[in-house]
Ligand binder design. Structure first.
Ligand SMILES: *Cc1c(COP(=O)(O)O)cnc(C)c1O
Length: 377
């Protein structure tokens, strides 16, 4: 089966991990600090805070912003559920705003319609690896005095008007799950230029303790205090060294993803009634996903048929995503209904993600397109 996404691990990644396994520090050691520094430098911000997953990163961000009971946070429905779940973790209410029909990115006009006196923040999701319209979102958060969070789990390495993702919002969230651009097995990062928010997230990832193991080690002190309620969301040293090793290869990974996307784009020019999502001007796309849309008025097949036919050919197509407000948990707890975000809901019925990852070969990409042509004809 050709997966829609997968990790690219080489012998040097493995050797780096083995070295750390033989060292004194398996966790809270020097590789954590090194990975955070390298990551912050890569995206061009002052601070990066490593945590155990993208979901933990979102949770830490909501904590640092002080999201609490009854606070509203505006999110898109076209995302992985963790984007909205993190608001609920702290007693907040995720408010769904619809997406733009061309890009399926959060629509700033729809965001503005959803703002109330209880709105505290917006989480923008760079769906598929295309950065959101940050100029418009920044102008909204300034006007209403809100915080802006970028869920950049799809867009590591992308650029918006020549500015790097990771530096575009108050807090920027990344995941190192194996299907993402770089992996640490499980892992996540939050980047920011705000040292207070960074300090708050460092406390949150470590049980709410206001000194870390290393600081105590250096001071030779046994005393510690729980300053707030935190979790164990730490990322271990052997994961961080894998992250460091992977980060060095990120530029190559991005080039390969862009090559595959170009190959698919060119091929789709010759296939009727199937189109890629629109890419706006002044965008460097990171292509975590390659999403196509079917015109089912013209194609006399259902998506279910097409999905099944691909799978039978060993091609691991997928659907990203079931709109979050369609999940039973949201329907039961927040009484969300279909009709809430019509653009996302209709788009969901028409999309499919084709395989894209750095180790996908030209032969495999060609096999995907050949089968796409055969399946719809
Ligand atoms: C992957 C992902 C997450 C969650 O990251 P994990 O590391 O799996 O917890 C959150 N949001 C989006 C948009 C994602 O793609």
């Amino acid at each position: 089966m050709i997966p829609y996404g997968r990790q690219s691990i080489d012998e040097d990644d493995i050797a780096a991990v083995v070295d750390v396994l033989r060292s004194d520090w398996l966790t809270t050691g020097p590789k954590v600090v090194e990975f955070e520094r390298a990551f912050a430098d890569f995206v061009g911000v002052q601070e990066a805070v490593a945590v155990s997953s993208g979901t933990a990163a979102l949770h830490a961000a909501m904590f640092a912003l002080g999201i609490g009971r009854g606070d509203e946070v505006i999110v898109p429905p076209m995302t992985f559920a963790a984007t909205a779940n993190c608001v609920v973790f702290l007693g907040g209410i995720p408010v769904f705003a619809d997406v733009d029909p061309e890009t399926l990115l959060l629509n700033p006009a729809k965001v503005e319609e959803k703002i109330t006196s209880r709105t505290k923040a917006i989480i923008a999701v760079d769906y598929t690896g295309h950065p959101c319209d940050y100029d418009s979102l920044q102008s909204i958060v300034k006007r209403y005095k809100l915080a802006l969070v970028a869920d950049a789990c799809h867009s590591l390495g992308a650029k918006y008007k020549n500015r790097k993702v990771g530096s575009l919002a108050d807090l920027n969230i990344f995941s190192f799950h194996p299907v993402k651009h770089i992996t640490t097995g499980e892992g996540g990062m939050v980047t920011t230029n705000d040292p207070d928010l960074a300090a708050s997230m460092r406390l949150f990832r470590n049980h709410g303790i206001n000194t870390d193991h290393q600081q105590r080690h250096e001071k030779g002190s046994w005393f510690y205090e729980i300053a707030d309620l935190g979790y164990n969301y730490r990322l271990s040293d052997f994961q961080c060294v894998l992250g460091l090793s992977q980060l060095k290869k990120l530029p190559q990974f991005l080039i390969r993803r862009q090559e595959i996307a170009k190959y698919y784009n060119d091929a789709l020019l010759n296939i009727n009634d199937i189109t890629p999502l629109t890419v706006k001007e002044n965008i460097l796309h990171a292509y975590h996903l390659y999403v196509i849309r079917f015109n089912f008025d013209k194609i006399r097949k259902t998506r279910k048929d097409i999905f099944r036919a691909f799978r039978e050919k060993g091609i691991g197509v997928n659907v990203h995503y079931v709109p979050v407000h369609f999940h039973p948990y949201y329907k039961n707890k927040f009484l969300t209904k279909s009709g809430l975000c019509p653009v996302a809901e209709t788009s969901y019925e028409h999309i499919l993600s084709l395989p894209i990852h750095p180790k996908l070969t030209d032969y495999e990409a060609n096999y995907v397109i050949d089968n796409l042509e055969q399946i719809i004809n």
